[in-house]
Write a protein that binds this ligand. Structure first.
Ligand SMILES: Nc1ncnc2c1ncn2[C@@H]1O[C@H](COP(=O)(O)OP(=O)(O)OP(=O)(O)O)[C@@H](O)[C@H]1O
Ligand SMILES: O=c1ccn([C@@H]2O[C@H](COP(=O)(O)O)[C@@H](O)[C@H]2O)c(=O)[nH]1
Length: 247
Protein backbone atom coordinates (compact mmCIF):
# COMPACT_ATOMS: atom_id res chain seq x y z
CA UNK A 1 0.00 0.00 0.00
CA UNK A 2 1.54 3.32 -1.10
CA UNK A 3 1.77 6.01 1.55
CA UNK A 4 2.39 8.82 -0.93
CA UNK A 5 -0.99 10.29 0.13
CA UNK A 6 0.57 11.29 3.45
CA UNK A 7 1.97 14.70 2.55
CA UNK A 8 3.02 15.93 5.98
CA UNK A 9 4.82 13.32 8.03
CA UNK A 10 6.09 13.17 11.58
CA UNK A 11 9.08 10.83 11.61
CA UNK A 12 9.87 9.33 15.00
CA UNK A 13 13.50 8.42 14.81
CA UNK A 14 14.63 5.77 17.26
CA UNK A 15 17.54 6.87 19.41
CA UNK A 16 18.70 3.28 19.59
CA UNK A 17 19.06 3.10 15.81
CA UNK A 18 21.42 6.10 15.81
CA UNK A 19 24.10 4.06 17.58
CA UNK A 20 24.53 2.07 14.36
CA UNK A 21 26.61 -1.06 14.86
CA UNK A 22 27.85 0.19 18.24
CA UNK A 23 26.46 -0.45 21.70
CA UNK A 24 26.07 3.16 22.79
CA UNK A 25 26.08 6.75 21.55
CA UNK A 26 25.93 8.26 18.09
CA UNK A 27 27.34 6.65 14.96
CA UNK A 28 28.02 9.49 12.46
CA UNK A 29 27.73 7.21 9.41
CA UNK A 30 24.28 6.03 10.51
CA UNK A 31 23.13 9.57 11.20
CA UNK A 32 24.37 10.64 7.73
CA UNK A 33 22.51 7.77 6.07
CA UNK A 34 19.27 8.54 7.89
CA UNK A 35 19.64 12.23 7.03
CA UNK A 36 20.02 11.24 3.38
CA UNK A 37 16.75 9.30 3.58
CA UNK A 38 14.97 12.28 5.11
CA UNK A 39 16.30 14.49 2.31
CA UNK A 40 15.09 11.97 -0.26
CA UNK A 41 11.58 11.93 1.22
CA UNK A 42 11.54 15.70 1.14
CA UNK A 43 12.61 15.71 -2.50
CA UNK A 44 9.75 13.33 -3.23
CA UNK A 45 7.37 16.07 -2.04
CA UNK A 46 6.74 15.20 1.59
CA UNK A 47 6.88 17.74 4.40
CA UNK A 48 8.78 16.32 7.33
CA UNK A 49 9.22 17.02 10.99
CA UNK A 50 11.17 14.72 13.27
CA UNK A 51 11.04 13.62 16.91
CA UNK A 52 14.23 11.91 18.05
CA UNK A 53 14.46 9.31 20.79
CA UNK A 54 17.26 8.97 23.31
CA UNK A 55 17.62 5.23 23.91
CA UNK A 56 21.17 5.20 22.49
CA UNK A 57 22.30 7.40 25.38
CA UNK A 58 19.97 7.28 28.37
CA UNK A 59 16.56 5.91 29.29
CA UNK A 60 14.87 7.13 32.45
CA UNK A 61 13.52 3.74 33.44
CA UNK A 62 16.95 2.15 33.20
CA UNK A 63 18.41 4.99 35.28
CA UNK A 64 15.70 4.60 37.90
CA UNK A 65 16.40 0.86 38.09
CA UNK A 66 19.99 1.72 38.99
CA UNK A 67 18.92 4.03 41.81
CA UNK A 68 18.42 7.45 40.19
CA UNK A 69 15.34 9.41 41.12
CA UNK A 70 12.88 8.64 38.27
CA UNK A 71 12.05 12.24 37.37
CA UNK A 72 15.74 13.26 37.34
CA UNK A 73 16.55 10.22 35.22
CA UNK A 74 13.79 11.18 32.79
CA UNK A 75 15.22 14.68 32.48
CA UNK A 76 18.58 13.10 31.68
CA UNK A 77 16.84 11.04 28.98
CA UNK A 78 15.27 14.16 27.53
CA UNK A 79 18.65 15.90 27.45
CA UNK A 80 20.01 12.88 25.56
CA UNK A 81 17.45 13.48 22.82
CA UNK A 82 18.78 17.04 22.41
CA UNK A 83 22.23 15.64 21.57
CA UNK A 84 20.65 13.32 19.00
CA UNK A 85 18.63 16.20 17.54
CA UNK A 86 21.78 18.28 17.06
CA UNK A 87 23.51 15.33 15.38
CA UNK A 88 20.59 14.88 12.96
CA UNK A 89 20.46 18.62 12.30
CA UNK A 90 24.18 18.68 11.54
CA UNK A 91 23.89 15.76 9.13
CA UNK A 92 20.91 17.32 7.32
CA UNK A 93 22.54 20.72 6.97
CA UNK A 94 25.72 19.12 5.55
CA UNK A 95 23.60 17.91 2.63
CA UNK A 96 21.82 21.21 2.15
CA UNK A 97 18.56 20.57 4.00
CA UNK A 98 17.37 23.60 5.92
CA UNK A 99 16.44 22.68 9.50
CA UNK A 100 15.51 24.03 12.90
CA UNK A 101 15.76 22.25 16.25
CA UNK A 102 13.10 23.13 18.80
CA UNK A 103 13.42 21.85 22.35
CA UNK A 104 10.55 21.25 24.77
CA UNK A 105 13.04 22.19 27.52
CA UNK A 106 14.18 25.71 26.68
CA UNK A 107 17.94 26.07 26.19
CA UNK A 108 18.35 29.36 24.40
CA UNK A 109 22.02 29.09 23.52
CA UNK A 110 21.60 25.68 21.87
CA UNK A 111 18.35 25.74 19.90
CA UNK A 112 14.92 27.33 19.70
CA UNK A 113 12.31 26.65 22.35
CA UNK A 114 9.28 24.72 21.16
CA UNK A 115 6.73 27.21 19.81
CA UNK A 116 4.04 25.53 17.77
CA UNK A 117 3.21 28.44 15.50
CA UNK A 118 6.87 29.03 14.83
CA UNK A 119 7.38 25.38 13.99
CA UNK A 120 4.44 25.62 11.59
CA UNK A 121 6.04 28.62 9.89
CA UNK A 122 9.35 26.75 9.52
CA UNK A 123 7.52 23.90 7.83
CA UNK A 124 5.71 26.28 5.50
CA UNK A 125 9.14 27.56 4.48
CA UNK A 126 10.23 24.01 3.65
CA UNK A 127 12.44 23.44 6.68
CA UNK A 128 12.68 20.15 8.51
CA UNK A 129 11.81 20.83 12.14
CA UNK A 130 13.48 18.51 14.65
CA UNK A 131 11.69 18.33 17.97
CA UNK A 132 13.96 17.61 20.93
CA UNK A 133 13.47 16.90 24.65
CA UNK A 134 10.32 14.86 24.14
CA UNK A 135 7.27 16.44 25.72
CA UNK A 136 9.43 18.27 28.28
CA UNK A 137 7.80 16.22 31.06
CA UNK A 138 9.14 13.24 32.98
CA UNK A 139 7.18 9.97 32.99
CA UNK A 140 6.56 10.27 29.23
CA UNK A 141 8.37 8.88 26.20
CA UNK A 142 9.43 10.25 22.84
CA UNK A 143 6.71 8.09 21.25
CA UNK A 144 4.13 10.15 23.14
CA UNK A 145 6.00 13.29 22.13
CA UNK A 146 5.82 12.12 18.51
CA UNK A 147 2.05 11.59 18.74
CA UNK A 148 1.61 14.97 20.40
CA UNK A 149 3.70 16.88 17.87
CA UNK A 150 2.06 15.00 14.99
CA UNK A 151 -1.33 16.23 16.26
CA UNK A 152 -0.10 19.78 16.88
CA UNK A 153 1.54 20.02 13.45
CA UNK A 154 -1.51 18.53 11.68
CA UNK A 155 0.55 15.68 10.29
CA UNK A 156 -1.14 13.16 8.00
CA UNK A 157 0.74 10.26 9.57
CA UNK A 158 3.30 9.29 12.18
CA UNK A 159 6.10 7.10 10.83
CA UNK A 160 7.90 5.24 13.60
CA UNK A 161 11.37 4.40 12.31
CA UNK A 162 12.62 1.79 14.71
CA UNK A 163 14.60 -1.46 14.83
CA UNK A 164 11.75 -3.82 13.92
CA UNK A 165 9.96 -3.94 10.56
CA UNK A 166 6.44 -3.67 11.95
CA UNK A 167 4.13 -4.71 14.73
CA UNK A 168 4.06 -8.40 15.65
CA UNK A 169 1.71 -10.48 17.78
CA UNK A 170 4.58 -10.71 20.30
CA UNK A 171 7.95 -8.96 20.65
CA UNK A 172 9.93 -10.37 17.67
CA UNK A 173 13.19 -9.85 19.54
CA UNK A 174 11.98 -12.30 22.19
CA UNK A 175 9.62 -14.66 20.33
CA UNK A 176 11.22 -16.30 17.31
CA UNK A 177 8.00 -17.24 15.48
CA UNK A 178 6.12 -14.00 16.16
CA UNK A 179 3.89 -12.98 13.25
CA UNK A 180 3.92 -9.52 11.70
CA UNK A 181 0.70 -7.69 10.98
CA UNK A 182 0.32 -5.82 7.69
CA UNK A 183 -2.47 -3.66 9.15
CA UNK A 184 -3.90 -3.21 12.62
CA UNK A 185 -6.54 -1.09 14.29
CA UNK A 186 -5.66 1.17 17.21
CA UNK A 187 -8.19 -0.76 19.30
CA UNK A 188 -6.41 -4.07 18.66
CA UNK A 189 -2.99 -2.64 19.54
CA UNK A 190 -4.38 -1.37 22.85
CA UNK A 191 -6.51 -4.42 23.66
CA UNK A 192 -3.68 -6.87 22.94
CA UNK A 193 -1.16 -4.61 24.71
CA UNK A 194 1.26 -4.78 21.79
CA UNK A 195 4.36 -3.07 23.15
CA UNK A 196 5.90 -1.54 20.04
CA UNK A 197 4.68 1.87 21.13
CA UNK A 198 3.37 3.07 24.48
CA UNK A 199 -0.38 3.13 24.99
CA UNK A 200 -0.52 6.91 25.54
CA UNK A 201 0.96 7.51 22.08
CA UNK A 202 -1.40 5.03 20.42
CA UNK A 203 -4.44 6.52 22.21
CA UNK A 204 -3.45 10.05 21.17
CA UNK A 205 -3.14 9.01 17.53
CA UNK A 206 -6.46 7.18 17.67
CA UNK A 207 -8.21 10.23 19.11
CA UNK A 208 -6.74 12.48 16.44
CA UNK A 209 -7.10 9.99 13.57
CA UNK A 210 -3.39 9.95 12.81
CA UNK A 211 -2.28 6.68 11.18
CA UNK A 212 0.93 5.14 12.53
CA UNK A 213 3.34 3.36 10.20
CA UNK A 214 5.96 1.20 11.94
CA UNK A 215 9.03 0.29 9.89
CA UNK A 216 12.68 -0.63 10.31
CA UNK A 217 14.87 2.40 9.71
CA UNK A 218 17.95 0.19 10.07
CA UNK A 219 17.15 -1.13 6.59
CA UNK A 220 18.83 1.11 4.07
CA UNK A 221 16.31 2.94 1.87
CA UNK A 222 13.39 1.80 4.05
CA UNK A 223 11.74 5.21 4.37
CA UNK A 224 11.54 5.70 0.59
CA UNK A 225 10.38 2.12 -0.02
CA UNK A 226 7.69 2.24 2.63
CA UNK A 227 6.44 5.60 1.36
CA UNK A 228 6.12 4.24 -2.15
CA UNK A 229 4.35 1.06 -1.09
CA UNK A 230 7.30 -1.32 -1.06
CA UNK A 231 9.35 -2.55 1.88
CA UNK A 232 7.92 -4.02 5.04
CA UNK A 233 5.85 -2.17 7.60
CA UNK A 234 2.64 -2.21 9.63
CA UNK A 235 0.00 0.49 9.39
CA UNK A 236 -2.21 1.18 12.41
CA UNK A 237 -5.46 3.01 11.72
CA UNK A 238 -9.14 3.11 12.67
CA UNK A 239 -11.24 0.34 11.13
CA UNK A 240 -13.14 2.78 8.93
CA UNK A 241 -9.98 4.37 7.57
CA UNK A 242 -8.47 0.98 6.80
CA UNK A 243 -11.64 0.17 4.87
CA UNK A 244 -11.56 3.53 3.05
CA UNK A 245 -7.95 2.88 2.02
CA UNK A 246 -9.14 -0.42 0.56
CA UNK A 247 -7.41 -2.62 3.13
N1 LIG B 1 4.41 -6.67 19.45
C1 LIG B 1 5.55 -6.08 19.11
N2 LIG B 1 5.84 -5.84 17.80
C2 LIG B 1 6.97 -5.22 17.43
N3 LIG B 1 7.91 -4.79 18.31
C3 LIG B 1 7.70 -5.00 19.63
C4 LIG B 1 6.50 -5.65 20.08
N4 LIG B 1 6.55 -5.71 21.44
C5 LIG B 1 7.71 -5.14 21.82
N5 LIG B 1 8.40 -4.70 20.74
C6 LIG B 1 9.70 -4.00 20.82
O1 LIG B 1 9.49 -2.60 20.65
C7 LIG B 1 10.76 -2.04 20.29
C8 LIG B 1 10.58 -0.68 19.61
O2 LIG B 1 10.16 0.29 20.46
P1 LIG B 1 11.07 1.13 21.49
O3 LIG B 1 10.20 2.22 21.96
O4 LIG B 1 11.70 0.23 22.50
O5 LIG B 1 12.29 1.63 20.67
P2 LIG B 1 12.52 2.90 19.78
O6 LIG B 1 11.41 3.86 19.90
O7 LIG B 1 12.82 2.38 18.44
O8 LIG B 1 13.88 3.44 20.39
P3 LIG B 1 14.23 4.67 21.35
O9 LIG B 1 13.47 4.50 22.62
O10 LIG B 1 15.68 4.52 21.51
O11 LIG B 1 13.86 5.91 20.62
C9 LIG B 1 11.34 -3.06 19.34
O12 LIG B 1 12.72 -3.07 19.43
C10 LIG B 1 10.71 -4.40 19.78
O13 LIG B 1 11.66 -5.28 20.34
O1 LIG C 1 8.47 13.32 27.01
C1 LIG C 1 9.44 12.64 27.37
C2 LIG C 1 10.30 11.96 26.48
C3 LIG C 1 11.37 11.25 26.96
N1 LIG C 1 11.61 11.18 28.30
C4 LIG C 1 12.81 10.48 28.79
O2 LIG C 1 13.80 10.39 27.78
C5 LIG C 1 14.20 9.03 27.58
C6 LIG C 1 14.56 8.78 26.15
O3 LIG C 1 13.39 8.73 25.37
P1 LIG C 1 12.92 7.39 24.60
O4 LIG C 1 11.49 7.59 24.27
O5 LIG C 1 13.13 6.22 25.51
O6 LIG C 1 13.78 7.30 23.40
C7 LIG C 1 13.01 8.23 28.10
O7 LIG C 1 13.43 6.94 28.51
C8 LIG C 1 12.55 9.07 29.27
O8 LIG C 1 13.40 8.84 30.37
C9 LIG C 1 10.75 11.82 29.17
O9 LIG C 1 10.94 11.75 30.40
N2 LIG C 1 9.70 12.54 28.70
Amino acid sequence: MSHRRFKRILLKLSGEVLMGPGQFGIDPATVDRVAGEIAEAKQAGHELCVVVGGGNIFRGLAGAAKGFDRASADYMGMLATVMNALAVQNALEKIGVDTRVQSAIPMASVCEPYIRRRAERHMEKGRVVIFAAGTGNPFFTTDTAAALRAAEMNCDALFKGTSVDGVYDADPKKVANAKRYETLTFGRVLADELQVMDAAAVALCRENRIPIVVFNIRDHGALASVLSGGGTSTIIQNQQELADAGV
